[in-house]
Design a protein around this ligand. Structure first.
Ligand code: ATR
Length: 292
């Protein structure tokens, strides 16, 4: 393994990451001489961990970052792409010519999952004339998802959050960073979400509500046009109550596991030089792991 290409996921705590399962499945399947590890890195140790990568004192050529490192990784980067800058956080890093590069692949993961699961008509072209979306939540995941919707030309995006000030801050930050007109992003209170979904073609839950062990997500889809796609970033359980409600009403309902799988693709390609595929076999492997 001495010449093997190595990458890893860093976090604190890190026990529950499924990234090693995903990347090592691809490494094996594609016959790459590589290894994807897992490193518990405390916040204070992040600068020295990254410095060792840059100076070649570490075996790793890059990796993924999860909580609590995503914002700090962006601050410590020498080169950040538009996705990371717009979201204000990075989850993927690599070293090239001694410089630390970062990106945010959650944006790609969100879009690629919906693209893959809604071939016709595409999820972002179901309405003739308008592109309106309602996003529930205003945390880090919401920033990546709203950024993706901006990329796809959504021109009316309502962000509903329990803490309105957080939705306002998200809208102000993204409007400035993406150079949008003030009318594209609208922060709204949780109670306004149902009214806002009239005429929308997409509803996304980006909160942790509905996840096993978390409080339920109480949201009625009444009033959402039936052509609209409904998706949830929660994937434990795979079929959340929101997705069950969406299916019962006749919407296209897309679960959140695909986002996790698709967000891993760009990192793997960067570190190991070959683009992997999100297959049914990979999905089944991760689903099986979730049941353990
Ligand atoms: P992430 O970075 O994964 O998106 P986060 O920043 O903690 O995680 O954001 C979690 C989201 O879930 C937020 O929108 C949060 O709402 P607040 O900003 O009001 O905290 C939302 N959320 C979490 N628990 C909630 C609850 N019990 N009721 C309503 N919203 C909740």
């Amino acid at each position: 393994m001495t010449d093997a290409l190595k990458a890893c996921v860093i976090g604190y705590p890190i026990h529950h990451s499924r990234s090693p399962l995903i990347h090592n499945h691809w490494i094996k399947g594609l016959g790459v001489n590589g290894y994807y590890g897992i490193e518990s890195i405390a916040p204070d140790d992040l600068p020295s961990f990254l410095a060792a990568l840059k100076t070649g004192q570490s075996d790793y050529r890059g990796g993924n970052a999860t909580l609590p490192h995503k914002e700090r990784l962006l601050e410590l980067a020498d080169e950040a792409d538009d996705a990371a800058l717009q979201v204000g956080a990075a989850n993927t890093f690599w070293v090239k010519n001694g410089r630390l590069h970062v990106t945010n692949t959650d944006v790609h993961g969100f879009l690629a999952n919906l693209d893959a699961q809604t071939p016709a008509p595409p999820w972002d072209q179901t309405m003739q004339d308008k592109k309106k979306a309602v996003v529930l939540g205003a945390g880090g995941a919401a920033r990546a998802i709203v950024s993706g919707l901006i990329q796809r030309g959504f021109d009316q995006i309502h962000i509903a959050n329990r803490t309105l000030a957080r939705a306002e801050a998200l809208c102000q930050g993204l409007t400035r960073r993406a150079g949008l007109s003030d009318t594209v992003l609208s922060p709204i209170g949780w109670a306004q979400a149902q009214m806002a979904q009239e005429g929308a073609s997409l509803l996304v839950n980006t909160t942790s509500l509905g996840m096993s062990g978390q409080p339920p997500l109480r949201h009625s889809l009444e009033g959402l046009p039936l052509e609209a796609t409904v998706t949830d970033i929660v994937y434990t359980p795979l079929k959340t109550d929101l997705l069950k409600q969406a299916e019962a009403r006749g919407h296209r309902a897309i679960d959140g596991l695909g986002m996790l799988l698709h967000q891993a693709v760009p990192g793997f390609e960067t570190w190991f030089g070959i683009k992997p595929e999100v297959t049914k076999t990979l999905r089944a492997l991760v689903e099986q792991d979730m049941q353990l």
